[in-house]
Design a protein around this ligand. Sequence first.
Ligand code: ADP
Ligand code: MG
Length: 246
Amino acid sequence: MKATKKMNSEFVLRACNVYKSYHKDKIEVPVLRGVDVDITAGKVNALVGRSGSGKSTLMHLLATLDQPDSGEIHFCGKRIDNAPRAKRDAYRNQDIGIIFQFYHLLPELSAIENVLAPMMIGQSLWNYFRNRKDAKRRAEAMLDRVGLLHRATHRPAEMSGGEMQRAAIARALMTDPSLLLADEPTGNLDTETGESILELLVGLSRDENLTIVMITHDDSIADNADVCYRMQDGLLETNGKVVRAA
Ligand code: ADP
Ligand code: MG
């Protein structure tokens, strides 16, 4: 069910009437209370809301890292939340890329080794070694795309926050996903660096027709999205504010 980037399905990724609660000391804490969201293909889709409003919870469900209590997640028109584990693994490893506020790079690996990591996970060791020249070329191309080729051999400790986020974006792009999920990608960066990461993400969406779901608590970041949904009281405003017409 690989979505091609050229595909302009209106239904690239949807959440339908999703509920999710956490349980703390036998007390139920409802977080998502019937969320509907319809991600627009090839656009930057912002999910904005204050801290604790349930944005990361929703992203984990969209990424099949967790399951809703009720409701459904659909990818390319097919239900994914209850798909067999192998299908969900393939979806996470091939169809989507994920980036986080704190980059989640492996500290002992260089930038290019971090970018190569998904290729090592996504295939047998034998295939990896057979294809490693192509993989390395692709990793270099991805590092170049995010403006980090000159830091290819640097480890995370030798990089700035913005550089680490660029490496994480290059890693997420390695498997040529049709969709990028970004949880507060600028949340740990100063304003200027955050803006440059935002610019990179918007450029990727424009140039490669990449669909981006960008979570942020920051209205000024969300204002740069094509479509903006607001999370409030466990619900998403269904008439998502269109910042820039499709
Ligand atoms: P956001 O990303 O918008 O800041 P989250 O989705 O992380 O919000 O969290 C929403 C609410 O759910 C918060 O009140 C948080 O404390 C609670 N929460 C998140 N994860 C868990 C968990 N694993 N166990 C219990 N409560 C959680
Ligand atoms: Mg969060």
